[in-house]
Write a protein that binds this ligand. Structure first.
Ligand SMILES: *Cc1c(COP(=O)(O)O)cnc(C)c1O
Length: 426
């Protein structure tokens, strides 16, 4: 059994899967689409949701179940749902409680994929989206709400500004407006920050980043805090009969786990954005070293941020663990173990210097990714955001001189030496 007093460092290793005598010590990869039964009634009870055994790997699978249980333990939730990607986790976390004609309020500082999902795809589906400056006051954030708003959304560390969320403020707004607060906790991971203890109701992750940690697999996860009171007027799908399950009412039947059960048995069943068993195995494996990796990612990133701040070819550095960062007080409050592994900086000489720097790095690889044990670099203005006009680039926070570093866990001296020689060629 899981000891409720175990700390994160123990849960990342021992959580989720506890084998009995003679069972495999390591979570097996259950590469099977389906499961065998002895009695017809058993299958009927699965379809009626009277029994939670595995039925079909679009809905559940033992390898993901171990990953889900570990993530729920790490975030302090009542349940979790593994998904095929971080994007799938975000989409399903929202579609589970928000449909056509309804509305989302979100912090404006968002991962590009999330912004595209809200701005383009959700709007085509009839779901409205209003973004708000995360520095706005409680009253200003509340003013963005309409009677149809069904949730408040933010990232614990925003992208690309690396702003740390004022959890107290956002949790207060969500509570007063009686909607759940959904937090993307990808950048800090459950090792650095646990949003459910800070007033969030639901957490999503791109497991592709630090949870995997080795750039092998795409996947995501939703964790349900089980704390939100679903009211019948705003969330009838949670409280009223579901015709696809003979009139079952999720809140009545599943209590605190209603939200996450519904996400699995309705949305995952219907949309099929499920994780592969092999990827769940990789995430279980990655999690086992999350604490040691994150410690080194944070200490390397802080040392590099300080090094860059002193460098004559660098005009600015943004890292939440630096005293010069506007989020430093929030970082001290919410990220006491470290500011994460991602930092951005401005290179003197603008867009051309940025491209030259990126092409001159040798140890640090040019990659469209973060959260890997290997150091990675990206100059968005000449690569991922090149199609945008200069105005659009600025609006999405991509300055022409901005370089993003996802600091790996190699020896600090070697990373700094590579940055130094690449800056010399920029
Ligand atoms: C990468 C990322 C996502 C999307 O996750 P995928 O696994 O790539 O689908 C969402 N949010 C944040 C903060 C991310 O970094």
């Amino acid at each position: 059994m899981i000891n409720p007093n175990w700390k994160t460092e123990t849960l990342v290793i021992q959580g989720g899967y506890r084998p009995k005598a003679t069972e495999p010590r390591i979570v097996p990869i259950t590469q099977s689409t389906t499961y065998k039964y002895e009695k017809a009634d058993h299958i009927a009870s699965l379809f009626d949701l009277d029994c939670a055994d595995h039925m079909y790997t679009r809905i559940s699978n033992p390898t993901w179940a171990a990953f889900e249980a570990k993530m729920a333990q790490l975030e302090g939730g009542v349940g979790a749902l593994a998904t095929s990607s971080g994007q799938a986790a975000i989409a399903m976390a929202i579609l589970n409680i928000c449909s056509s004609g309804q509305h989302i309020v979100s912090a404006s500082t968002l991962y590009g994929g999330t912004h595209a999902l809200f701005h383009n795809t959700f709007s085509k589906m009839g779901i409205g989206f209003t973004s708000v400056d995360p520095d706005a006051s409680i009253e200003e954030i509340k003013a963005k709400f309409t009677p149809e708003t069904r949730l408040l959304y933010a990232e614990s560390i925003g992208n690309p500004g690396l702003n740390v969320l004022d959890f107290e403020k956002f949790a207060t707004v969500a509570r007063q407006m009686q909607v759940p607060l959904i937090i993307d906790n990808t950048f800090p991971t459950p090792y650095l920050c646990n949003p459910l203890t800070l007033g969030a109701n639901i957490v999503v992750h791109s497991a592709t980043k630090y949870i995997d940690g080795h750039a092998t697999s795409v996947g995501g996860v939703i964790i349900d805090g089980g704390t939100f009171e679903w009211s019948a007027d705003k969330y009838p799908e949670m409280t009223e009969p579901d015709p696809s399950y003979h009139g079952l009412r999720f809140t009545e039947k599943f209590g605190a786990t209603a939200y996450i059960v519904k996400a699995r048995v309705q949305l995952l069943r219907d949309l099929g954005m499920c994780l592969g068993p092999m990827n769940a195995f990789m995430f279980n494996h990655g999690l086992e070293t999350l604490h040691v990796r994150m410690e080194r990612h944070c200490s390397n990133a802080l040392q590099i941020a300080k090094f860059l701040e002193q460098h004559p070819k660098v005009s600015w550095v943004s890292y939440p663990g630096l005293q010069s960062h506007p989020s430093y007080p929030l970082s001290c409050k919410y990220l006491p173990k470290g500011g994460g592994g991602v930092l951005t900086f401005g290179i003197k000489g603008g867009i051309d210097a940025g491209r030259r720097f990126m092409e001159a790095t040798q140890l640090i690889a040019m990659v469209v990714h973060v959260g890997d044990v290997r150091s990675c670099v990206l100059h968005p203005a000449s690569t991922t955001h090149r199609q945008l006009s200069p105005e659009e680039q600025l609006a999405s926070g991509v300055l022409p001189d901005l370089i993003r570093l996802s600091v790996g866990i190699e020896h600090i001296d070697d990373i700094i030496a590579d940055i130094e020689q690449a800056l010399a060629k920029s």
